[in-house]
Design a protein around this ligand. Sequence first.
Ligand code: NAP
Ligand code: MN
Length: 255
Amino acid sequence: MFATVVKNDLVSKRIEKKLKDRLSIGETNTPKIVFCIGGDGTILRAIHKYSDILDDIIIFGIHTGHLGFFMDFNEKNLDNMIDSVINESFEVHGFNIAEAELKTKNKTFTYFALNEFQLIKVDRVIVLDVYIDDKKFETFRGTGLCFSTPGGSTGMNRSLGGAIVDPDLHSIQLTELASINSNAYRTIGSSLILGRDRTLHLKPEAPIDVDFCYDHLTMNIRGMIEFSCSLSDRKVRIAYNKNNPFFERVKQAFL
Ligand code: NAP
Ligand code: MN
């Protein structure tokens, strides 16, 4: 009982056809296995599409572009992957998601992310008090803040100068986007990697309008009064290829 989420390109569609031709099990709206064909972004689309049944699905990522961080299979090892599905002999790695609560005067929204959350304002500086658990840490002034999971650390977080984190090191990383540091304003300046039991809170002085990004999705929030997030115990389960360990992938991608 499977479903596919496929990037809109010819190679990905060709592989989808090959896969469906070989699989005898049927397609469904409530899959146990979701084949994602494309890039890491395709996995993000799949987990948000199947957010209601996230705990019940196993993702198989087949990448058709360059290397994917969550995607361990490709056209070359497709047949082996299909055999492992049929024989139920695959191995699965759980990637912890992050969960967030965002409050406006009248509403509380909850979100999850496999990669990261970002609060951004491009046209004006945002001012946010940053709390680690219940203690005020700093007042941030700048363009935004990024909260990345270990699995997401190789994405936007890395482009912001954050550290690459071993996916098994349960933590959440806070990275700045263009903080203003002067005699008047000061932030820590480096990224912070916090243990899984920590919760980060952001409080503006008065309600603010911000762009809120969770993975590939963006919402414009009007009148945010508080934001908090932490690493969750919930995991996205992704099948992996034993021959391609995480730091080999890091090497192949970035060195
Ligand atoms: P996109 O704008 O199409 O592509 C963003 C790039 O980041 C793609 O090359 C994507 O890989 C890659 N990526 C996604 N998750 C990654 C991860 N965990 N580790 C390493 N690379 C990763 O956006 P998208 O494909 O929908 O993915 C959204 C994600 O992209 C966001 O969650 C954010 O992490 C990342 N992003 C990064 C930047 C930046 O670095 N300046 C800007 C915007 C978004 P694929 O090509 O395999 O999809
Ligand atoms: Mn993409």
